[in-house]
Design a protein around this ligand. Structure first.
Ligand SMILES: Nc1ncnc2c1ncn2[C@@H]1O[C@H](COP(=O)(O)OP(=O)(O)OP(=O)(O)O)[C@@H](O)[C@H]1O
Length: 243
């Protein structure tokens, strides 16, 4: 089993001694208030932020010292505000996701374009896309690389409800195939209903972790977000009602 784990991860005051383990085939949501350290943790898991102390291990190997190409093959990372250096067409951008493999294999590129409903946009330059269309194109680039781990920062933020649902189903499908999915989510309903595990960060520290029901219980939401709220509805269809 290829596991990804952070031990006593410390980066300035942004992350303070965070321990977290992620399992392949599972969807883990990282939640917490603004500035809690969620994006910092995700970037550190991707090997892009060297810690002051502690480490991130992928199958026992330190991610910061892995060969960049093997790390890129293993870990697909989608940052919060993805920027594109060149104004290429969507299809070319998605094909760039194959770089870690040293190929531009048409099959995964076209499959990912179809999965993210980008067929009619495939020839259009990135600069001429809407915010949500660009978000889907950037996500497609990462998915086309078929990584063992998908680390995505707020992948649903710009998507309409239909594309959110399509993406949720796709993430569950790749998780069922063994991919480890780790994503930062502000929408606690999405985390409660669709994640297998939840990690809650608060001021750089781990505040809770476990099943969605455990880690996002009303007392933890009150303690971490300072919000009094109740979950209503059935499992996998819960809604958070604030008071
Ligand atoms: N490059 C940086 N150097 C120093 N501090 C930073 C840097 N980037 C972010 N921070 C600070 O580190 C803390 C954690 O930031 P981070 O982006 O990880 O939070 P977050 O939980 O993802 O927040 P949000 O929900 O607002 O996206 C914040 O207080 C932020 O101001």
């Amino acid at each position: 089993m290829i596991a990804l784990a952070a031990t006593q991860l410390t980066i300035g005051t942004r992350l303070r001694g965070v321990d977290a383990a992620f399992a392949p085939g599972r969807i883990t949501a990282i939640c917490g208030p603004n500035g809690a350290g969620k994006s910092t943790l995700l970037a550190a898991l991707a090997g892009l932020l060297p810690p002051d102390s502690g480490q991130v291990l992928l199958s026992g190997e330190d991610v910061t010292t892995m060969h960049p190409r093997s790390r890129a093959r293993a870990i697909g990372y989608l940052p919060q505000d993805g920027e594109v250096a060149w104004d290429v067409a969507v299809r070319s951008l998605v094909a760039l996701g194959r770089m870690p493999h040293g190929d531009t294999a048409a099959e995964p590129v076209e499959r990912t374009i179809a999965t993210l409903d980008l067929e009619t946009l495939a020839g259009r330059p990135i600069s001429k896309l809407s915010g949500g269309e660009k978000a889907r194109a950037l996500l497609a680039r990462v998915l086309a690389g078929e990584p063992q781990w998908l680390l995505a920062d707020e992948p649903f933020a710009a998507l309409d409800i239909g594309h959110q649902l399509t993406l949720l189903r796709h993430l569950r499908r790749i998780a069922d195939e063994g991919v480890g999915v780790v994503m930062v989510l502000h929408d606690l309903g999405l985390a409660m209903n669709h994640a297998d595990e939840v990690i809650v960060l608060d001021k750089g520290r781990l505040a809770a972790s476990g099943s969605p029901a455990e880690a996002l219980s009303a007392p933890i939401i009150e303690q971490v977000w300072g919000v009094t709220a109740t979950w209503i509805g059935e499992p996998s269809g819960r809604a958070l009602v604030t008071r």
